[in-house]
Design a protein around this ligand. Structure first.
Ligand SMILES: Cc1ncc(COP(=O)(O)O)c(C=O)c1O
Length: 386
């Protein structure tokens, strides 16, 4: 049996698709110690730098002192911690939603919510570049799935028109795409959804904290929040902690408590995580300068890459993909960057489509001008070697 695993691993290595864990000593700041080597971190979703914020640390420490380390059981079994109530009230306000429900992670949210909302006789319409957790949510749901070409609202409209009558129609899209950094045409999606009586579920994992008033996300930025049934997002990226949420109606929240299996059958989040999440939402309002610093760095990086001749035109966010194409070349590029002290992860299939392996550069509010300059210098240098 172990031979079969070894063979599978060897095949991955031959195809340049082998993955390994790298050791990190220390935190997820802009400077990182990776496999014992110091590097600048351009590979983290800690966009606002909140993962190391003293206010989050203190909130987590206080919660441990007051409530302990674990939550005991699922929320329906051992009771709903008051910390959940506080966090959900804050998220509902941020998202201009009537209610919110916190889930254990973005992955669990997507694989739980989608089967709860769409079953036999229903149709899910999913963007071709949606995250793996959404793809798995489609697989778990017993509904028919129509995968529409990336951001192609014309195709989506036609597919909605020819969907079977009677069943529920659920459109699912990220608002900021995790590996391309581009933005979904949300206003157009809302228009076609309303025309065809479809529900919309958005995944704002990479938009929350970065886009919109107080970092409320793309839906809020466009004034569309109230027209979207399911506003999902995560607490582990710009918000610096862990977990996920859905902003929705009070009735949908109640429905999910009764029907979302990844909510029902999982131990609740620990108190420290909930308290850190709450503190992070407060910081979105209290420290807007972090968002400004992030956007300053996004612009500087984008201009820097353009000046070097890299094509990143589709990106509209802190996620700047430099598409290399071939998986082996992409990883070799990343390795040379690391030798120059710049950590950027190469992203390969199946995370991205075949032939589009890329260096996924992410900007953080906590990068200094000097960090950006060193990164751009390294890119220029390595590119010449290629
Ligand atoms: C778009 C998107 N949705 C969902 C997830 C899953 O969230 P989590 O890491 O909280 O499980 C991720 C990334 O991890 C993501 O990029």
């Amino acid at each position: 049996m172990s031979d079969a695993f070894t063979e599978a691993i060897d095949a991955l290595k031959r195809g340049d698709l082998y993955r390994r864990l790298r050791r990190v000593d220390g935190d997820q700041g802009p400077e990182i110690v990776l496999d014992g080597r110091k590097a600048l971190n351009f590979s983290s979703n800690n966009y606002l730098g909140l993962a190391t914020h003293p206010v989050l640390k203190k909130a987590a420490q206080d919660a441990v002192e007051r409530y302990g380390c674990g939550s005991g059981a699922s929320r329906l079994i051992s009771g709903n911690m008051v910390l959940y109530e506080e966090l959900e009230a804050k998220i509902a306000k941020l998202k201009s939603a009537a209610a919110a429900l916190v889930l254990n992670s973005g992955y669990q949210a997507n694989v739980g919510i989608m089967p709860a909302l769409a079953g036999e006789g229903d149709t899910i319409f999913s963007d071709a570049l949606n995250h793996a957790s959404i793809i798995d949510g489609c697989r778990l749901a017993r509904a028919k799935t129509v995968v529409y070409p990336h951001c192609d609202v014309g195709y989506l409209n036609d597919a909605l028109k020819s969907a079977p009558q009677g069943g529920r129609k659920l459109i699912v899209t990220e608002t900021i795409f995790s590996m391309d950094g581009d933005e979904a045409p949300l206003a157009d999606i809302v228009a076609v959804a309303e025309r065809h009586g479809a529900l919309i579920m958005i995944d704002e994992a990479h938009a929350t904290g970065v886009f919109g008033p107080n970092g409320a996300g793309v839906a809020a930025q466009l004034g569309l929040a109230e027209r979207i049934a399911v506003q999902m997002g995560t607490l582990g990226k710009a918000l610096g902690g862990f977990g996920a949420y859905v902003g929705c109606s009070a009735a949908l929240r109640e429905f999910l408590i009764n029907r979302c299996r990844s909510f029902i059958f999982a131990t609740a989040l620990p108190p420290a995580v909930l308290a850190a999440g709450s503190a992070a939402v407060d910081l979105l309002y209290n420290e807007p300068q972090r968002r400004l610093a992030l956007w300053h760095n996004i612009r500087a990086l984008r201009e820097g890459f353009r000046a070097l001749g890299f094509s990143i035109d589709a990106s509209e966010s802190q996620i700047l993909p430099l598409v290399i194409g071939d998986a082996g070349k992409c990883m070799a590029f990343a390795e040379l960057l690391l030798e120059k002290g710049i950590f950027v992860q190469g992203i390969r299939p199946p995370t991205v489509p075949e032939g589009t392996s890329r260096l996924r550069v992410t900007a953080m509010a906590t990068h200094t001008h000097e960090h950006l300059r060193r990164a751009l210098d390294a890119f220029e240098h390595v590119r010449k070697q290629f």
